[in-house]
Design a protein around this ligand. Structure first.
Ligand code: ZN
Length: 267
C-alpha cells in the first residue's frame, strides 16, 4: 500500500502559539527554600553541638546535600533553557515550511518537502549553546548556601581565620597579623549586622555606619588609611562576617575548645 500520510507536518500558527505557552514550571522558589532550609539546619547543628568534634561530620553531610542540590538546580535550569531554545528553533523551522494544502500534501508524503520534528529538536545536543547563554540563567539559589558550607569548617576551626578569598584584597586593612577582626572599628563592639563596602571591602556594623553617615551622607571610608569616598548605599550585607561572629559567639557561650587557639576573647 502506498504511503498516504506524511511523517512530519509543520504546525499551523495556532498550534505554534500553543507551543509558546509550554514552559518549564518555575522552580527557583523551591530551590531557594531548600537553600534556606539547609542554612537553618546548619545553624541548628551549630547551636546544638555539645562537643566541638561532633560538628565536622554534620557539616560534611550538609555540604554533600547542598552540592547535590546545586547540581540538580543547574540541571533543571539547563533543561528549562534547552526547552526555550528548542521551542524557538522549532517555531522558526516550522514557519519557514510551506503551508499544508492539498497541493503540498503529497510533497510532504514523499519528503520533497520536510517539516521539523519537535522530539528530535528537543533532543539535540545544545551544551555549547547553553554554556554561551548561562548569563541568561537565573542565579543559583543553592550556591550561596553551598559556598557558606564549604568555608564553614575553617571558620569553625577559627572564626578569625583568613580565608583564601580574603587574600585577594591585598590592601585589606581588616587583616592584621593574619587574623580577621570581629569588632566594628566604629562601634568597637562585635558585629551585629556587618555590612561590607562594595568599593573597598571594608566591613562595619550597620548601626555604626548609620551614625557615621547621618550628618554627612557622602564622606571618606571610616577605615583608617582608606580614602574611598562612600555613601551608606555602597554597603551590602556581609554574610561571611555574620557567620564568623555567630560561630564565635556560639563557641564562647558553650566554652567549646576548638582549634589550637586558647581563648576566643570575643565578648
Ligand atoms: Zn574602605
Amino acid at each position: 500500500m502506498p504511503k498516504i500520510i506524511p511523517d512530519q507536518l509543520p504546525l499551523n500558527n495556532n498550534a505554534l502559539k500553543e507551543l509558546q505557552r509550554l514552559r518549564a514550571t518555575e522552580q527557583s522558589r523551591l530551590f531557594k527554600e531548600c537553600g534556606e532550609e539547609l542554612k537553618d539546619t546548619m545553624y541548628q547543628c551549630l547551636e546544638s553541638v555539645q562537643e566541638a568534634k561532633e560538628i565536622a561530620p554534620l557539616l560534611e553531610s550538609l555540604a554533600e546535600c547542598a552540592a547535590t542540590l546545586e547540581k540538580q538546580e543547574n540541571q533543571y535550569n539547563n533543561m528549562a533553557l534547552n526547552l526555550e531554545l528548542a521551542k524557538k528553533q522549532y517555531t522558526t523551522e516550522s514557519e519557514n515550511c510551506k503551508e499544508v494544502t492539498l497541493e503540498t500534501w503529497d510533497e510532504y508524503v514523499d519528503k520533497t518537502l520536510n517539516a521539523p520534528n519537535l522530539i528530535d529538536i528537543l533532543k539535540m545536543e545544545r551544551s555549547e549553546e547553553i554554556k554561551s547563554q548561562t548569563r541568561r540563567l537565573p542565579n543559583s539559589r543553592i550556591s550561596d548556601t553551598n559556598k557558606t558550607l564549604r568555608i564553614l569548617p575553617q571558620i569553625w576551626e577559627n572564626p578569625r581565620c583568613v580565608l583564601p578569598d580574603d587574600n585577594d584584597n591585598e590592601d585589606d586593612l581588616m587583616i592584621d597579623g593574619g587574623i580577621i577582626e570581629l569588632t566594628c572599628p566604629i562601634t568597637c563592639k562585635m558585629f551585629e549586622k556587618p555590612l561590607i563596602s562594595k568599593q573597598c571591602n571594608h566591613v562595619f556594623d550597620e548601626e555604626g555606619l548609620k551614625s557615621y553617615f547621618s550628618r554627612e551622607p557622602r564622606r571618606d571610608c571610616p577605615q583608617t588609611g582608606c580614602s574611598k569616598i562612600l555613601t551608606f548605599r555602597d554597603f551590602i550585607p556581609d554574610p561571611v562576617m555574620a557567620l564568623r561572629c555567630r560561630i564565635a559567639q556560639i563557641q564562647e557561650t558553650k566554652h567549646l575548645e576548638v582549634g589550637e587557639h586558647e581563648s576566643l576573647d570575643v565578648l
